[in-house]
Design a protein around this ligand. Structure first.
Ligand code: NI
Length: 286
């Protein structure tokens, strides 16, 4: 297929699409949307590779999400689940990466200080998350793949770790997925050469306090150069307006792109072409 857009972060490999994944994928392709299927632990990473092998127009990202380091209850936009604890096994992920040429990045991995498990101290959780994040950064460098970072309420620590790698001459490439931080935080990542990826969160109306000046993320969108910007859905979560509240899917990345293009004052076609180019470049997609 020849895509118009690439959803740079989807979870079509998740259980939420167990019954109709193939239809959801077809719907995206029919609208010119290709996608990266992103794993959150070994089982979903394996499934991401299966989809990538099965479909032209899907590539896989494999890694261990910070919420899966401890067992915990997660409520994600009305989708509730109990996360299973997993020890990061670099050998298993290395072997999976070597199994398919369509594994294009390591992730999603990173730090999440927002959703913390019960009965474990925040210090212990943060230490574990940092250790596993570093292990995945090391694996990405070893394999020559970019990293796809999940970060929630932990930008200072993520940026510090990336800056430490850069200072040591280890040039990590990658993107910050579902960026919802500040302009200053985005600028810190941009300085490291990172791409910034936006979800449907940018389409959500601003909080009452911000209503007069617009969403704070509009300001971030205007700050990120067009050649460093990616669009994604993070489906099944975070469906953009006007689909908000429904199960999200890759085809809806169009709404994210339309909104972002408008804020940047760029025609949709130009915006789509540039973000497509960015995604292909960062993940070396063929
Ligand atoms: Ni995700």
């Amino acid at each position: 297929m020849k895509p118009i857009l690439i959803d740079a972060h989807s979870h079509v490999n998740f259980n939420g699409y167990k019954k109709d994944a193939d239809e959801v994928i077809r719907r995206a392709f029919d609208q010119g949307v290709a996608m990266l299927a992103v794993g959150s632990q070994l089982s979903t990473s394996e499934r991401a590779v299966d989809y990538a092998e099965r479909y032209d127009g899907i590539w896989a990202v494999i890694g261990l999400h910070p919420i899966h380091l401890f067992e915990q209850f997660v409520d994600e936009e009305e989708i509730q689940f109990k996360s299973r604890a997993e020890e990061f096994d670099p050998d298993a992920y290395r072997a999976l990466a070597k199994r398919s040429k369509k594994v294009v990045a390591i992730g999603e991995c990173g730090l999440d200080y927002y959703r913390l498990p019960d009965g474990v101290s925040q210090t212990e959780v943060a230490a574990k998350q940092k250790e596993v994040f570093r292990a995945q950064l090391d694996l990405s460098l070893e394999l020559g793949l970019p990293i796809m970072i999940h970060c929630r309420e932990a930008h200072a620590d993520v940026a510090e770790i990336l800056e430490e790698y850069a200072a040591a001459g280890k040039s990590v490439r990658g993107d910050i997925h579902c960026f919802t931080g500040t302009v200053a935080e985005a600028e810190r990542y941009l300085k490291l050469g990172f791409y910034i990826s936006f979800t449907g969160v940018i389409t959500f109306p601003p909080r009452a306090a911000d209503r007069a000046k617009g969403s704070p993320l509009d300001e971030v969108l205007r700050t990120v150069p067009l050649d460093k910007l990616l669009v994604e859905t993070d489906c099944p979560y975070l469906a953009p307006v006007p689909q908000r509240g429904k199960r999200n899917e890759p085809a809806f990345v169009r709404y994210v792109a339309e909104y972002a293009a408008k804020v940047k004052g760029v025609p949709f076609e130009e915006f789509a072409a540039q973000t497509l180019k960015n995604t292909k470049q960062l993940f070396s997609l063929m």
